[in-house]
Design a protein around this ligand. Structure first.
Ligand SMILES: Cc1cc2nc3c(=O)[nH]c(=O)nc-3n(C[C@H](O)[C@H](O)[C@H](O)COP(=O)(O)OP(=O)(O)OC[C@H]3O[C@@H](n4cnc5c(N)ncnc54)[C@H](O)[C@@H]3O)c2cc1C
Length: 552
């Protein structure tokens, strides 16, 4: 990917066929789909790529077991179609970025034979709807002994066994970056920290360009675009109303919070699905990145609500989790957390956000011509983009061509194999942990990261003593992945902020000084960036009721 400086030289004043607003999963997928069909496309993201909802997912590639139950109970054909489409999209997602995804088995513990039979039948239906997709195995009943062999930390009292079924798991932030990098590799222009603040219009008041503010320099510039896609997730209404103020709001954002715990409190390679919370939801406890990821909550919020994990979220998540654990977890064992807003689209007759389908809606505003893609979920991002770009081609008045993204290997996937990390160990004398970390974050682009270490041996050193991430990743992220802030690096490029808030605080001065050197920041600028980042993490700890000094 080109650097920000280069893109800031290239983009302003250009004429594009398509401008995509929003660099989350949906916008990045739209940009890639369009570019692969030969459409000249620019992508603007107000924060960082995946900086909003798209790095706050539970990170499951799924049809949605709960939606199956709802589709059956409500005899809802639309819910059924959403589910089937997602089940098919799972395979594309798994195959297009093997370094960022894996198949994962979910265990639903049963404490009564009736529940077990109900689940078993339901999950057989889930298998059947999915068809005979590759890499996904069929559901099965596991005895108590088999269940405990896989999840020794489970509450055994009254346990009769579990039903196991398979879905997928992924690294959402890195998947999003891989979409943007693939888009850039295909010749697209992308810029983060760049907010669309107004539209340009033709004589009929139809949008034909955007006014963009570079939030780092505060400079503004314009670009012309024949079509504009609004892919701003929970923020969609503000862009829709910027185009046509009389449009009614459609978004009903719903906050979901997650916490992360050390994996040794519940050692497992499978995911636990808690089938029913007191408010009728499901909850997951999933091994992810060496931690146990527990989530999520569901609370309707305003689009500009603060999205942090609160003490109440912690209490809710642990209360439900602890029913299922042999040893109860306490809040001070939490190592980090995150929250995001589901971009749910309202429908007239559904009152409650947990019952709103995770379906997507494409709206073409007849007055301004703005195309908005709203709702959906990560698992269906590719299919949503395919449908959106069909509409873009209609608006451009060009013949509809086939989407190329179905089998398009994403950046870092080319030549990747499951034992690629071994090659890194051998050729670069890396520890197994660092080799695993680099191959699972960067895929085969890990060698570009390591090439920086060949130029400057100091960059092969760890960011934190004993940690797996190395300093070269910071330089690579800034030079080739448009990272600019300490959070861009620690949260979305390297993942340390999700692994441990306290480690991130320790790493901030190291990362800050590496970015400063690369971007030629002055010492006061670097110090201010480190201070600001640490204050933010302290605030996240405090909001969740945790303190910086408790053991990590
Ligand atoms: C708690 C939770 C758990 C979830 N779990 C799963 C899961 O396990 N599996 C799954 O498939 N899905 C899951 N989802 C759903 C999935 O994460 C979302 O559907 C998806 O990330 C939405 O992507 P998006 O691009 O539409 O929105 P976002 O990621 O929010 O992207 C929109 C972007 O638009 C940008 N933007 C806004 N205004 C402007 C502007 N004026 N100019 C430029 N850019 C702008 C924002 O900065 C933002 O980055 C979950 C969601 C949540 C909240």
């Amino acid at each position: 990917m080109k650097g920000r400086t280069q893109e800031l030289r290239d983009i302003p004043g250009q004429q594009f066929d398509l401008c995509v607003i929003g660099g989350g999963a949906t916008g990045s997928a739209c940009a890639l789909d369009a570019r692969l069909r030969g459409i000249k496309t620019v992508l603007f993201e107000a924060g960082d790529f995946a900086g909003a909802t798209s790095s706050a997912a539970t990170k499951i590639i799924h049809g949605g077991v709960r939606y199956l139950e709802e589709a059956i109970k409500n005899a809802d054909l639309q819910e059924y179609h959403v589910l089937v489409r997602a089940l098919h999209e799972r395979i594309c997602m798994l195959e297009n970025a093997p370094h960022l995804t894996r198949k994962l088995e979910f265990l639903v513990p049963s404490y009564s034979w009736i529940d077990a039979a109900y689940l078993d039948i339901g999950l057989k239906l889930y298998d059947w709807l999915a068809g005979s997709g590759r890499r996904i195995s069929p559901s099965k009943f596991l005895s108590q002994q088999e269940t405990l062999a896989r999840m020794p930390g489970l509450n055994q009292k009254g346990l009769i066994g579990s039903v196991a079924y398979a879905d997928g798991q992924f690294d959402d932030a890195r998947y999003n970056l891989a979409l943007v990098q693939s888009f850039a590799q295909a010749g697209g222009n992308a810029l983060n920290h760049a907010s669309v603040i107004d539209f340009l219009r033709d004589k009929d008041n139809r949008v034909n360009g955007v006014l963009v503010k570079d939030l780092l320099s505060q400079n503004t510039f314009t670009v012309n675009a024949k079509t504009i896609v609004n892919a701003t997730g929970p923020f969609s209404d503000s862009i829709r109303q910027l185009a046509t103020p009389s449009l009614h709001k459609r978004m009903r954002p719903s906050k979901g919070a997650h916490i992360l715990l050390p994996l040794d409190i519940f050692p497992t390679d499978n995911a636990l699905l808690i089938p029913k919370t007191e408010d009728g939801r499901v909850l997951f406890a999933i091994p992810w990145g060496g931690r146990l990821l527990v989530g999520t909550t569901d609370e309707e919020v305003a689009p500009d609500a603060e999205l942090v994990v609160t003490r109440a979220d912690v209490e809710y998540l642990l209360r439900h989790l602890n029913h299922y654990l042999a040893r109860a977890v306490t809040p001070d064992e939490i190592v980090s957390g995150f929250a995001g807003a589901r971009p749910l689209v309202s429908s007239e007759n559904k009152a409650d956000t947990k019952t709103l389908a995770r379906d997507d809606v494409i709206e073409v505003d007849p007055l301004s011509g703005l195309i908005s893609i709203m709702g959906g979920k990560w698992t269906t991002h590719r299919a949503m983009a395919e449908d959106t770009i069909h509409r873009v081609q209609q608006a451009l008045g060009v013949p509809q061509t086939e989407s190329m993204t179905h089998n398009h290997l994403l950046y870092g996937s080319e030549g990747f194999t499951d034992d690629y990390w071994k090659k890194l160990c051998q050729e670069y004398s890396l520890s197994q942990n660092t080799a695993h970390h680099l191959s699972s974050k960067f895929g085969t682009a890990a060698e570009q990261v390591l090439a920086l270490g060949k130029e400057n041996a100091a960059l092969m050193g760890p960011i934190l003593e004993g940690g797996e991430a190395i300093r070269a990743e910071v330089i690579y992220s800034v030079r080739h992945e448009m990272a600019y802030t300490i959070e861009d690096v620690l949260a979305r490029r390297i993942g340390m902020q999700f692994y441990s808030w306290r480690d991130s605080i320790k790493a901030a001065p190291v990362v800050g000084s590496l970015i400063a050197e690369e971007l030629r920041w002055s010492v006061p600028e670097a110090d201010a960036a480190v201070k600001q980042y640490i204050e933010k993490i302290d605030y996240l700890l405090d909001s969740a009721g945790l303190s910086r000094n408790r053991p990590a």
